[in-house]
Design a protein around this ligand. Structure first.
Ligand SMILES: Cc1cc2nc3c(=O)[nH]c(=O)nc-3n(C[C@H](O)[C@H](O)[C@H](O)COP(=O)(O)OP(=O)(O)OC[C@H]3O[C@@H](n4cnc5c(N)ncnc54)[C@H](O)[C@@H]3O)c2cc1C
Length: 344
């Protein structure tokens, strides 16, 4: 039976890419000739300052530690609109080059905190093509999370540093970065320091251990080692454009040619006010063989470790607890498959 024609495709005008609007030449000239200087806009309730160098940014942040850095505005913006938050001063560091630098080392890659999530995704995809598969376990787990995070519009403006510093309990990146032993480089007028992104980094809802005057400069994402597996899982009301109900990053490292676990790291989002580490569960797996006995003990410990009170914000307590368990089960199956593929 022939389907009815709803419209005639033949009548469409062909697309001619050469006839698109031209990029305004005046803007090209402006970007080439204007000497960078600090910009200030004054509104009724708010002052907006855009420093032109890292030096200026650091001075500004030291003098105004409470002023937020606005990168993508996808966290600050909704807070201003829906929670009535007032910021008399905001700092816009989008012209500070150091926040966008990417440096590759033999151990991994430093990614500037200002890079958008789309840029991070393209960078990791590029590195994936250049590197042996076994070194890119963490990159692939991150790419998978990035593919389902927000929407293209959000990912084009939301920054890596903004996602980490928002310290949102449902962040899809933080559990994976933490499980993957990432670390961050932090800068203030007093100098620079490196901080591991681990269970101590996320202090409480929306708070990290960084001091108010400190700025997240870049994030180190390491290559994985031989015998190391990293996976990420998330469950949300919809596949895309939807915050996770529960989200996780999991990493395990095996001794060469054996099933004995040298090191394991499991982080969850959506199970409390911060990204949380299931450290007791990890302890119960470390130095043991990855087998049914070890894992069934781990499931019991996980259920005891990540408890949610019946009145926990967000509700769905039973559902969230079973998700933590089923993610570990999925991870178990994937690890078993990998071990089998490697003939261990
Ligand atoms: C519709 C929508 C859907 C979303 N879906 C998801 C999702 O599925 N999963 C997920 O994980 N997230 C999701 N998000 C959250 C989003 O990823 C974060 O809001 C975003 O990454 C924050 O980055 P930003 O650049 O917009 O931050 P901004 O709003 O510009 O800033 C946020 C905070 O970070 C601080 N900050 C920013 N950069 C630095 C720095 N370099 N040093 C120190 N502090 C800094 C600022 O001071 C501010 O307090 C969603 C957001 C929206 C609006």
């Amino acid at each position: 039976e022939e389907k009815p024609q709803l419209f005639n495709k033949e009548e469409f005008l062909p697309l001619d890419p050469t006839q698109e609007l031209i990029f305004p030449p005046e803007l090209i000239l402006m970007s080439e000739s204007a000497s960078p200087q600090s910009l200030t806009f004054q509104g009724e309730r708010m002052r907006w300052v855009s420093p032109s160098s890292l030096q200026e940014l650091l001075q500004l942040k030291t003098r105004n530690p409470a002023a937020p850095l606005v990168m993508g505005n996808t966290n600050i913006g909704p807070d201003i609109k829906f929670k009535g938050t007032v910021h008399p001063l905001i700092i816009s560091p989008t012209r500070v080059m150091e926040l966008f630098e990417v440096t590759q080392t033999p151990q991994g890659v430093w990614v500037g905190a200002g890079c958008s999530l789309s840029e991070l995704q393209s960078l990791l995809e590029k590195l994936l093509l250049q590197s042996p598969l076994e070194k890119t376990e963490l990159f692939r787990a991150l790419i998978q999370q990035l593919g389902n995070l927000g929407s293209q519009q959000i990912r084009n403006v939301a920054s890596l540093g903004g996602n980490i510093m928002s310290a949102f309990p449902n962040s899809d990146l933080n559990p994976v970065l933490a499980a993957g032993s990432c670390r961050v480089s932090v800068i203030s007028n007093g100098g620079r320091r490196e901080v591991p992104l681990d269970q101590n980094f996320f202090v409480s809802f929306g708070k990290t251990i960084l001091k108010p005057e400190e700025i997240l400069l870049s994030v180190f994402i390491p290559f994985s080692r031989k015998g190391e597996f990293v996976r990420a899982f998330r469950q949300a009301p919809r596949k895309e454009s939807s915050f996770s109900t529960v989200t996780t990053g999991m990493r395990v490292f095996f001794s060469e040619g054996s099933r004995v676990v040298q090191d394991v790291s499991i982080y969850y989002g959506g199970m409390g006010p911060t990204t949380v580490s299931a450290s007791k569960t990890c302890q119960a797996i470390t130095s043991r063989r990855w087998d049914e006995e070890t894992l069934s003990r781990a499931y019991d410990i996980l259920l005891e470790e990540l408890v949610l009170p019946p009145s926990a914000p967000g509700g769905k307590v039973e559902f969230r607890r079973s998700l933590t368990l089923s993610f570990l089960f999925k991870f178990n199956l994937e690890v078993l498959q990998r071990l089998r593929d490697m003939n261990v």
